[in-house]
Design a protein around this ligand. Sequence first.
Ligand code: GTP
Length: 318
Amino acid sequence: MEAIILVGGFGTRLRPLTYTIPKPLLPLANIPMVERMVRNLPTIFDTAILAVNYGLEEMKNYFENRNVGKKIIIVPEEEPLGTGGAMRNCINHVTGTVAVFNGDVVNSINLEEMLEQHINKKAKGTLALWEIDDPSRFGVVELKNNKILQFQEKPEKGTELSNLINAGTYLLEREILEMIPPNQKISIERDIYPKIAGNGLYGFPFKGHFIDSGTPKSYLEANFKCLGNDGTASHPGASIRGSCLIHKSVRLIDCIIGPNAVIGPDVKLEKCVIRNSVILSGVEGYGCVVEDSIIGPEISLKEDKKQILISPEGEITF
Ligand code: GTP
């Protein structure tokens, strides 16, 4: 069975990080988010199809000669085709029911249960659904006996049909892909789902967690979720507080790390305090306090007696 992973977006909300690293290759707890997604696919999936526009060369380079446990097919788009156009572009590699994922989501969906429901209901499409208090910025569904009766994309506040939102994970029959006009920019959420609501579209509500890691704040949250609840790191050069992950190549002297800290490869820190932050590869720092931030890659943080302010966007003010 194939899984299509949509990994072609520009990742504008994570700029400037995504100018140098395409969002799918940004690490979550030191593993690129797309690799983490491929590795987490249940065994029933033998192939991951990556629909790529922005970041094509980086993606090819990353997966060339790398074994991630599944066959990888990279399908390029000359122009961004949107979520629907991108999956249509992969149709030649799809042999039957296909799973489609937004490549930046961390969640607790049980895909095997979702597939069982999809088969039992003889659905044309099944959408994983997540319940939230304010659904107005999302795709909202009206659900009855697991049938999606209506689909609203980003409804005006107060007009939402329910609190259930599209969680960006789908099981689709090939006929849904065939409905999408080829070589055109199409949004599956705006252009296709509203048309098939009430006609073979089902919902699969799930509990647990759901994080769209596309903003600086949610990228940090997704990293900490991938850490789990256990303190996973130890280092002779640091006092460790709470859950942390420190890459084996990291050099630390007199540091306090955690709670919630991910330190990437080749980082060198001395007399630094790192809390609730992700330090990407190659960062060097001396005498710094870093909180609630994403730093790097390849950035040098120098000691300063004044207060150092680091925004969630990773901007540093001395
Ligand atoms: P922002 O620019 O910050 O909104 O991020 P984004 O470009 O990733 O867009 P968004 O988060 O809405 O996209 C959801 C998922 O669809 C992400 O995994 C994107 O990589 C993917 N995606 C969005 N547009 C395209 C596209 O035109 N082609 C492909 N292949 N994937 C897309």
